[in-house]
Design a protein around this ligand. Structure first.
Ligand code: GLA
Length: 391
């Protein structure tokens, strides 16, 4: 077992006692190189998994009780399989319940029984690095293994996404669960969020590092603004659909030229939201092509452009994120940087020449606290593999 899973297994024994067969799974956090707010518009994204993981150890029980311990929260919870009601607020245990509920739905409710689970991990929470998808996939993987269920990675990603959207009740696209489930080491995942086809694009970590800077701010706007953006995009689709000859199902079907030609059909705000999504899809395609060529300079430029579009047209940035991106722009050897995740705080992902990482970190540590009064967290990341099970 990996060291992290060993710790999870130790926690399981410490909390719930010796005995039985302990299995487990781990799942990483992710960054998204380009493709902000495109996933719920049927568009493209380019995430990569980072070397911060959540590990879940599991042991089956003979009854209908799930007992789960989170080392991170130093909290235990117990629930019955017969009482899996969607929550009012999203606590950590609700993600566990959601995955259990969805697994039981897939399986007709037969094979998943009671279990003991212990969770350990180091994916930063609330940092826009997908700690919730990591938790969902690691819990799902541990249960699938404990009960020997026949659920492949993609199905587990779909199921984890339903756990978050339908059970926990948080709106999100499919990027995070797919990235966490399907990423592989030394590659970014070019994902088409419409047909869910994927391509692994090699990422040479000797030539560029991924540095995530957590601003350690999270503005309250995040959930309501996310939902507003989803609605604004849907409104754009309705208005454009009335105008365009061909039927459109989402902004994915709108080319930059078509948007330009029919811009007058859209109110100002909706027009800018649509312009971001339509142009961002182009940027993801171009970034994937550049990455295939190993052209980090071109990928980085597209990241800076993406940030500018998210800031100006989509309006999901904030002063702290902009500051980190500005420092990135001014630091030699930083190819590119943009906000990753939903925005309004969380992290900036940057692509940095290995020899420039120390200077970039130093510049952030100098300038960011001075101008915000907040200490950032900085992660120099390896690009690792996604979800993994251990028996
Ligand atoms: C959050 C959501 C994702 C995606 C991003 C924005 O991370 O969970 O599905 O929409 O925001 O790109």
């Amino acid at each position: 077992m990996s060291e992290q899973l060993d710790r999870a297994a130790d926690e399981l024994v410490a909390q719930f006692g010796e005995g039985g067969r302990i299995v487990g799974a781990t799942a990483p956090g992710r960054v998204n190189l380009v493709g902000g707010h495109t996933d719920y518009n049927d568009g493209f994204v380019l995430p990569a998994a980072i070397d911060r993981r959540t590990a879940v150890a599991a042991r089956a029980r003979d009854d209908e009780t799930i007992r789960v311990y989170s080392a991170d929260f130093a909290e235990a919870a117990t629930f019955e399989l017969s009482k899996l009601d969607p929550p009012d607020a999203a606590e950590w245990v609700d993600y566990v319940k959601g995955v259990v509920a969805e697994l039981r739905a897939v399986d007709g409710g037969e094979a998943v029984r009671g279990a003991e689970l212990a969770i350990v991990g180091d994916v930063p929470r609330g940092a826009g690095l997908s700690s919730s998808a990591a938790l969902e996939l690691a819990v799902g993987g541990a249960l699938v293994t404990a009960f020997e269920l026949d659920v492949d990675r993609r199905s587990l990603a779909d199921l984890a996404w339903r756990a978050e959207t339908e059970f926990v009740g948080l709106d999100c696209g499919i990027m995070d669960q797919y990235a966490v489930a399907l990423c592989e080491a030394d590659a970014a995942l070019f994902l088409d969020c419409r047909d869910r086809s994927t391509e692994l694009v090699p990422f040479d970590g000797d030539r560029a590092r991924i540095v995530a800077v957590d601003t350690n701010v999270e503005h309250e706007l995040v959930d309501s603004a996310y939902n507003d953006r989803v609605r604004e995009c849907a409104r754009g689709v309705d208005l454009l659909d009335d105008r365009l000859d061909a039927e459109i199902g989402s902004l994915r079907d709108v080319s930059p030229a078509a948007l330009n030609a029919h811009a007058d059909a859209l109110p100002e705000t909706i027009r800018r939201r649509c312009r971001h999504v339509v142009s961002e899809n182009e940027r993801v395609r171009r970034a994937a092509a550049a990455l295939r060529e190993g052209d980090f300079t071109a990928v980085g430029e597209l990241m800076f452009d993406s940030h500018e579009s998210l800031r100006g047209d989509y309006e999901v940035s904030c002063a702290e994120l902009d500051l980190v991106v500005d420092v990135a722009r001014e630091t030699e050897g930083v190819y590119g940087a943009r906000l990753t995740g939903a925005g309004f705080g969380g992290s900036v992902v940057s692509l940095v020449a290995p020899e420039a990482v120390a200077e970039f970190e130093a510049a952030i540590r100098r300038e960011y606290p001075e101008r915000t009064g907040v200490e950032p967290d900085i992660y120099d990341c390896d690009v690792v593999g996604g979800y993994a099970v251990e028996r």
